[in-house]
Design a protein around this ligand. Structure first.
Ligand code: SF4
Ligand code: SF4
Length: 559
């Protein structure tokens, strides 16, 4: 820890009960490979990957089964070796209860890897390194699953001032980053060093809430012998949501990123500590992202952190922790920002940092929602400096344009406003509803714009084809007219007189004779003559030569 690091404070925030201890007593365990893996193709922000396998294909562990759809996307890999039994729609770990395309793999038990080779990022161009990480499926593991290769870009200036690694992990119950930092600190630091080099950052600040002394100690010990002195471990005050990217940047650097702007505009980029570890594994070991650490906590006999293969059913995972009989729900994430799952038989994905098991006793039904009394408590608690009650009014009234004017999309859905609201209004639900409506309208608008562009293009094409057809027809008509005129002129010529006919015949005969003379055979060209004709020509030529020979002395005398 750098004692000299000056810290700042973000506005708002709350101090909920953390419930973190139960899942940190035991070390990380490896969850067993299930009998069936259901791996969703779409596990990151951006376009859903294209499937590269079909039912019946054999796959190896780490084999790419979904190819990134463009640059804003990320590849997906087989979590173990086995056989693809289906590529089909399956229920997603999302509160909507919607299904999406998944690759279903029956493991063969061999857990056989594809060939793995370290990637020499120093010898590669930055673009090639980013492409490699996209194809290795590395995304942000803090929950947002933004493709990491897009953030590992130093921009036009070619360098950043500060790389922030987020180890705050402020959400109650969740401890996956805590145990990762405790148990894998050295590899995490190697990942941080790779990222620092890629971003040409002047320094790396690893921010950890001060309620994780073991993690801080482990990272400090690992960094003690580290030659990269630009990496600093910084303990920050425990206050929810210190783990919000803008909030942590504010605490560590004092920079307040304004609404609608990005931290990179201020020379700072922020990644989760789990992402740094995934980057180390991809670059140094050649291993794509096929698993992550997941906290299983809440209404269970033994809370714990597991290294879980993507595609493992949450039901199988929860079963490892002895769920209590009154369990009635499974939440992905924590109690503040998490989502209740439509079923416990949904797969663990890259965004799954926690599977929180719930019951009526643990999370009692909130009292009925009351009218807003405009007390302003929500605004005081908001760490993003928003006016939650205004956004609530406009979201509820479906006046989404006004909600956006109040920076709805800067809301990080931390839940602080709802946590303090005396009227027990589920404010975040209203914001999520408004955001999804706005997105849906934008998708509809984009689709309508596309349809209109297509229609206008079709009209243009039809008009052009019409004009080309008319031009062809006009040219054809003109040619026909010329031909008809010529025929008419010929037909209208006066008939020849008998004298003219005789003259015409004489001229034709003379032309024929001239042609015959021209074609008369040369003595040397006797190919078409009979033997008698050739003999006669030879005799004539011999006689001519004799006469020329007799005339020579006379000619010489004359000379
Ligand atoms: S805290 Fe609740 S009651 Fe108070 S202003 Fe905000 S929304 Fe209204
Ligand atoms: S959920 Fe949104 S509006 Fe409410 S406190 Fe958090 S950032 Fe502010």
């Amino acid at each position: 820890m750098n004692a000299l690091q000056r810290l700042f404070r973000f506005n708002g925030g709350v101090k909920p009960d953390y419930h973190k201890e139960p899942s940190t007593h035991l070390p990380i365990a490896v969850a067993p490979t299930p009998t069936l893996l259901v791996i969703p193709l779409h596990q990151s922000i951006g376009g859903p990957p294209r499937p590269l396998v079909k039912a019946g294909d054999g796959v190896l562990k780490g084999q790419r089964i979904g190819d990134a759809d463009g640059n804003v996307s990320s590849a997906v890999h087989a979590s173990t070796s086995g056989t693809v039994v289906a590529v089909e729609m399956r229920l997603m770990p999302h509160t909507s209860g919607l299904s999406a395309m998944c690759v279903v793999i029956e493991p063969d038990g061999r857990d056989e890897w594809v060939e793995r080779n370290p990637f020499d990022f120093r010898a590669a161009t930055p673009t090639a390194t980013r492409d490699y990480l996209r194809d290795a499926g590395v995304v942000g593991l803090g929950g947002a699953v933004f493709p990491s290769h897009l953030k590992l870009n130093a921009g036009k200036q070619g360098k950043l001032d500060t790389l922030v690694l987020n180890g705050a992990e402020c959400e109650p119950f969740i401890t996956c980053d805590d145990v990762l930092m405790r148990e894998r600190a050295d590899r995490l630091l190697k990942g941080a060093a790779i990222m620092r080099e890629m971003l040409a950052a002047s320094r790396v600040l690893i921010g950890i809430e001060d309620n994780k002394p073991e993690a801080i100690a482990a990272l400090e010990a690992a960094s003690a012998g580290n030659i990269d002195t630009t990496i600093q471990v910084v303990a920050v005050p425990t206050r929810y949501p210190a783990g919000g990217a803008k909030q942590l940047i504010r605490v560590l650097t004092g920079i307040e990123v304004p609404h609608g702007e990005r931290s990179t505009d201020y020379g700072v980029q922020c990644f989760n500590v789990g992402t740094a570890f995934a980057i180390y594994e991809a670059i140094a070991l050649g291993q794509p992202l096929i698993s992550r650490i997941v906290t299983v906590a809440g209404n269970v006999g033994q809370a714990r952190n597991y290294e879980v293969l993507f595609g493992t059913s949450m039901r199988d995972l929860v079963a490892l922790c002895a769920p209590l009989p009154d369990t009635d729900r499974v939440i992905m994430g924590g109690p503040m920002m998490g989502f209740r799952m439509p079923s416990d038989d949904v797969p663990v994905v890259k965004a799954t940092n926690c599977v929180l098991v719930g019951s009526q006793k643990l999370f009692p039904q909130p009292p009925p929602e009351m009218p807003c009394i405009r007390c302003g408590e929500c605004a005081k608690a908001c760490p993003a400096d928003l006016q939650p009650f205004e956004m609530y009014w406009f979201s509820r009234a479906r006046i989404f344009g006004k909600a956006q004017e109040y920076h709805l999309f800067d809301c990080i859905e931390c839940g602080c406003c709802a946590y303090v609201c005396p009227s027990r209004i589920p404010l975040v639900d209203y914001y999520r509803f408004a955001k999804s409506e706005i997105w849906a309208r934008e998708v509809e608008k984009d689709a309508a714009d596309l349809a209109r562009d297509r229609y206008e293009f079709r009209l243009l094409r039809e008009e052009r084809e019409k004009q080309e057809k008319a031009a062809k027809l006009a040219a054809k008509t003109a040619a026909g007219r010329e031909k008809a005129a010529a025929a008419l002129a010929e037909a209208e010529k006066p008939a020849r007189t008998p004298d003219e006919e005789a003259k015409h015949a004489l001229i034709a005969a003379a032309l024929e004779r001239a042609k015959a003379q021209k074609e008369q055979v040369h003595p040397e060209n006797t190919g078409n003559l009979t033997a008698e004709q050739r003999a006669e020509i030879v005799a004539i030529e011999a006689r001519r030569a004799e006469i020329r020979e007799q005339a020579k002395p006379h000619l010489r005398q004359d000379d």
